[in-house]
Design a protein around this ligand. Structure first.
Ligand code: SAM
Length: 265
């Protein structure tokens, strides 16, 4: 477990809900929820792994409650500060939370029929190790659902340009002895296919966000008075994004991979 990563997320916990309320994050949440909904509805025992302050856990719990039946929704994160926020925000929703490490999950084999992990897999010390644990805690045929930042994202170059002032500021801060970087590994589609092979059968491996990342997040997604402009532009990119996400070339170069895989045992 990396101390720098833990420190980064412990510090981010207080601001995380505010960051997730920015237009491109809300846009991503909607895409994730639409993709996750059928799997969450079909599952009874659900784990949100690397749940952060529980934004997705709460949504799953609220949806499951609305549809009735018996179920369990549990969020795990290695940051105690994130879990403290999740407990604070949860209200009376039927979800539970605990501090835990994706590399050594404290659940018996075959405990869940869905493990969801959104943008957390990039932070795990090794994805291979986390996938072994996810496979172990899933029942045969159980679903692993994830969004994972793509190493082959085309829009990264656009981001370098519009975030240039921020990168410059961060570089100067580091020179002045600021905090070190946290652990984040990006994966290509080929790497994910290789990592899933053998233990999982791929149900879907597509992209998420293709053109929306060319919209200059800095300053449109960072400065609140500009949020209505960002929201307006995202309304236009939505249909194109949804069409290109499954395209064999463009989908492969999206901001995120959308992974849906079935545990083979
Ligand atoms: C980018 S945030 C995503 C949070 C949440 N899934 C969401 O979509 O809002 C990544 C989360 O993964 C957690 N995390 C990182 N490494 C972890 C590990 N080894 N085990 C459990 N959680 C971890 C971090 O504390 C952080 O809350």
């Amino acid at each position: 477990m990396s101390n720098a990563t833990l420190q980064f997320y412990n510090e981010q916990a207080r601001r995380y809900a505010e960051l997730r309320a920015r237009p491109i994050q809300v846009y991503t949440d909607a895409a994730e929820r639409a993709a996750l909904e059928p799997y969450a509805l079909a599952a009874s025992d659900i784990l949100d792994l690397g749940c952060g302050e529980g934004r997705l856990t709460r949504w799953i719990a609220a949806m499951k409650r609305k549809h009735g039946g018996s179920f369990r929704v549990h969020g795990v994160d290695f940051s105690p500060e994130m879990i403290a926020q999740a407990l604070r925000f949860n209200g009376d929703l039927p979800a539970t939370y605990g501090v835990g490490d994706a590399m050594a999950l404290e659940f018996p084999d075959g405990s869940f029929d869905l493990v969801a992990s959104c943008t957390a897999p990039n932070n795990f010390p090794t994805l291979e190790g986390a996938l072994s644990e996810i496979h172990r805690v899933l029942r045969p045929g159980g679903i692993f659902f994830a969004t994972i930042i793509n190493a082959e994202e085309t829009a990264r170059f656009a981001r370098y340009v519009y975030y240039a002032p921020y990168f410059l500021w961060r570089g100067v801060k580091r020179l002045g002895g600021g905090a070190g970087g946290y652990h984040r590994v990006l994966y290509s589609r080929d790497e994910l296919e290789r990592l899933l092979a053998g233990r999982f059968e791929t149900v879907e491996l597509s992209g998420m966000r293709v053109v929306s990342d060319f919209v200059p997040e800095f300053p449109l997604n960072v400065w609140p008075p500009l949020f209505p402009i960002m929201r307006g532009i995202l309304k236009f990119t939505r249909d194109l994004d949804r069409r290109l996400e499954r395209h064999p070339h463009f989908g492969r170069h999206a901001r995120f991979h959308l992974v849906v895989a079935r545990a083979v045992k």
